[in-house]
Write a protein that binds this ligand. Structure first.
Ligand code: SF4
Length: 465
């Protein structure tokens, strides 16, 4: 899996985040860019009458679909096949990659254009195909930027959000031959358009993701702002669409609910520029759909966590999350990153991703903006409990938590501990207070201890009036 390629051992989110925040300018800028998107989302959603009812409806449609996923999948397969689409089933990432490769190999494909697909990132499709001699070109501008940089995407919707314009200027100068120092966004986008146009024309096959698949029609919907999915799929003789099995919705009329929510939540746009519907292959062409499980049915069986499968990958929870905005997508070492990644990744591999549920302030902002009302912060909390139960938290933290439990169990102990802590904070030498053990104090000053506890204050003040 691509996640594995990103980092072999357990992901040290805090360590990775520390490297990101070491660049204070980048952190401030990343934080403010994402917050602006969140503000746009707020402004545009306030203009939609019944926005909350729309969110409720979307949540209910997804819950219903997940409760009958087996039936809807079979209905989808039947309808798609009747339309002339070839449907393939992949139980995991390896099976998905093999199916795609076999299809390409059998048709002697050498050059592939690919539009944005988090599923193919999750499965590590690019490195798999490249290792077998195929040229794979990501055609979404942001995806292409991170591909040229040799990095995974850092955001669901804006894969290169962590890269500054000046860095793109240098990259394009080296890779596309643009004049040194040219950093005008329109010029740079135009240069990439020229470069990609030739690649589209030369491609033997196109791979796309899928935003929604409609069970009753067997149709697919792909949403982009650049039209790259359409161009690839319409020019190449073979179109392979890769989708997680949770992308289904029952009927075409349900699309209106999700399309109104998706781009408003993602970027603050009323609608994405291109909403493309694929139903059948054009004459003489091929359309394949690969339906991928890769742990999704296992996740469906987890009552406490299955709601995360409602996700429509809008990225709103990333934009609003104070931890994501200040630690960057790469600190999660998973696809997707951010709050949704932090509740999906431990289900795939707890050993590796046990730190991710702790990458949150549990403020609940993610759940507040989620268009399908996933209880993200509650799931983060429950994953922490799972991580602790399975022994994935550090010895120091376990000791601290056990001690806190022991102290708070008896009021007398709690009062005594409070007194000791206040004295320690007041009289202990700074060297001791800010030793290596004090992770919190590395970037902050410990507040002045109060002269007395709230309990002592209350006891003294009660009866005064
Ligand atoms: S969890 Fe909700 S807010 Fe986050 S990406 Fe998925 S749909 Fe969007």
């Amino acid at each position: 899996m691509h996640d594995a390629a990103q980092n072999a051992g357990p992901v040290d989110h805090a360590g990775r985040a520390a490297r990101f925040v070491a660049n204070a300018d980048q952190t401030t800028w990343h934080d403010s860019v994402l917050w602006r998107i969140r503000e746009k989302r707020d402004a545009v959603s306030e203009g939609v009458q019944g926005w909350e009812r729309l969110r409720d409806l979307a949540s209910q449609i997804k819950e219903h679909t997940l409760s009958k996923l087996d039936e809807y999948l079979i209905e989808f397969e039947k309808c798609a096949a009747a339309n002339g689409v070839q449907v393939h089933w992949a139980s995991d990432a390896e099976a998905h990659n093999r199916i795609v490769y076999d299809l390409l190999e059998a048709r002697d494909v050498r050059r592939v254009v690919k539009s944005k697909s988090m599923l193919t990132e999750e499965c590590g499709l690019n490195p798999y195909l490249e290792a077998r001699g195929l040229e794979v070109v990501d055609t979404d501008l942001g995806e292409r930027i991170v591909q040229l940089r040799g990095e995974p995407p850092s955001h669901l919707v804006a894969p290169a959000i962590h890269v500054r314009r000046e860095e793109i200027s240098v990259l394009f100068h080296e890779e596309l031959g643009t004049p040194a120092g040219s950093s005008d966004p329109q010029f740079l986008a135009g240069a990439m358009r020229q470069d990609l146009r030739a690649r589209f024309l030369a491609a033997d096959a196109a791979i796309t993701g899928v935003n929604f698949a409609v069970a009753s029609t067997g149709g697919l919907v792909v949403v982009t702002n650049e039209g790259n999915a359409n161009l690839g799929a319409h020019l190449a003789p073979v179109h392979i669409a890769c989708m997680g099995i949770e992308k289904l919705i029952p009927k075409p009329e349900h699309l209106g609910v999700f399309l109104r929510l998706l781009s408003r939540s993602a970027t603050g746009q009323p609608l994405s520029i291109y909403t493309s519907h694929f139903h059948r292959p054009a004459p003489g062409r091929e359309l394949h759909i690969v339906l991928v499980d890769n742990g999704r049915t296992r996740h469906l069986a987890r009552e406490d966590f299955r709601a995360s499968l409602k996700c429509i990958r809008c990225g709103a929870c990333l934009n609003t999350c104070p931890v994501y905005r200040r630690s960057g997508g790469h600190s999660y070492g998973a696809t997707p990153s951010g709050p949704i990644g932090a509740i999906l990744a431990p289900g795939r591999d707890m050993e590796k991703y046990a730190t991710l549920p702790f990458a949150s302030s549990l403020c609940g902002s993610c759940s507040d903006v989620c268009p399908v009302k996933i209880d993200i912060h509650a799931q983060l909390y429950r994953w922490r409990q799972e991580a602790a139960r399975e022994g994935h938290i550090s010895r120091g933290k376990r000791l601290g938590m056990n001690m806190a439990g022991w102290i708070t169990r008896r009021p007398a102990r709690y009062r005594l501990a409070g007194r000791l802590a206040r004295s320690l904070l007041r009289y202990a030498p700074r060297r001791l207070l800010y030793g290596r053990w004090n992770v919190w104090g590395r970037a902050r000053d410990i507040p002045e201890p109060p002269a007395r506890s709230f309990g002592e204050w209350y006891a003294a003040e009660r009866g005064k009036k």
